[in-house]
Ligand binder design. Sequence first.
Ligand code: SAM
Ligand code: SF4
Length: 380
Amino acid sequence: MHIKPNKDVHLCSRKSIPLGNLNNTSPEELFNSDIMNDVRKKMLDGKCVEGCEKCYHEDKINNGQSLRTFMNNWFSKYLFEDVVLPWKEGFLNNTAPTDINVFNGIKPKIKWVALHASNVCNLACRGCYSLLSTKWRKDEEKLGINPYPLQNSKLDDFGFNFSEIEFITMYGGEPFYMKQNDELSSLLIDSKTVGEKILQYFTNGMILPSQETFELWKKIKKLHLIVSIDSYSKENDYFRHGSKWETIVDNLHLYIKESTNQNWELRISTLINIYNVHKLDVLHNWLVMQGIPSSNIDYNLAIYPQELDTRNLPSKFKEDVIAKYKTINLPINLKNMVIEHIQLEPNIDFLASAAFSNKLDEIRNQENLLPELKVYMDIK
Ligand SMILES: C[S@@+](CC[C@H](N)C(=O)[O-])C[C@H]1O[C@@H](n2cnc3c(N)ncnc32)[C@H](O)[C@@H]1O
Ligand code: SF4
């Protein structure tokens, strides 16, 4: 179950239709609801589920590899064989059961909760919005959008018994900037089940966790620490507004050192978008040089907001990207996925992307750092 800061419950982190809201329903009721059972049945029958379009799209352009198939692979090993694979192996091995009868007689139980415990965040990344970041609120007002309010419930108010849940993902807002993460660490650190926990965090890399969280990580079964970085150096600061590259580099080096000592799985998550698609090699190769294995760098195509979707770039820019991708040093799967995606017909006019970008530059007092893209954005 995937919980947004306003307690809407979704199937996963991707755009999908909420199953309900925890303000008026308990997690168990939603987990065993008719809607959820219908989703289970459709998935087992191999039928499409509304709201899962991004994964079906990835399946098509990426040799059957999507978040959906990845999760099926990883969790089938965990649920049926009690094996905690490295996270990346979900992408590599197809271990999901093909005989749906394996589920006969199994009563669904909540094993994994992915929680946006609040929208408190120190950044306002261009791909994000106020439901996930309080820092976006002011800018949305200036853009004429009615922002989401501060969402800051106590961890207890979500209605889960977190000491019983085996796998917990902390999203945000920024997990290491919010009180709920400290509440979780205090709850788990001395619990009887601490040694069985798999904990996963998505962080923007600007803020280190508390000492207690570091101590907790030494006691758990497995840690996945995922640092979101979208570009190299100043271009990352431009997109991930409010971040400071030097701080991210220092924190990343600390994570690299600790993850080697403690057997933590450190990963990078990069959102492929109009600003970075032509320069992914610069970031990727820099990360590898710092000691992050290439297979620990995850890429996610921006589909929402549409203004960031690379399919909407001008044709000439797309042609240049495709030509470049034929020669640059990046994993072949990634190159194929980007080329397949960028060749799709636009779903909005690039003028809308340019207008959005220019307006954000103006209200944030930022300068577009990408001259090769900026020439297409000068529309005054
Ligand atoms: C919303 S953030 C919350 C956790 C943390 N603040 C961070 O940035 O990693 C979780 C993930 O969503 C990604 N994300 C942000 N905007 C997105 C978008 N428009 N589409 C898909 N993923 C996005 C971020 O890059 C990050 O990896
Ligand atoms: S750091 Fe994470 S939550 Fe905050 S604005 Fe960026 S993507 Fe959104």
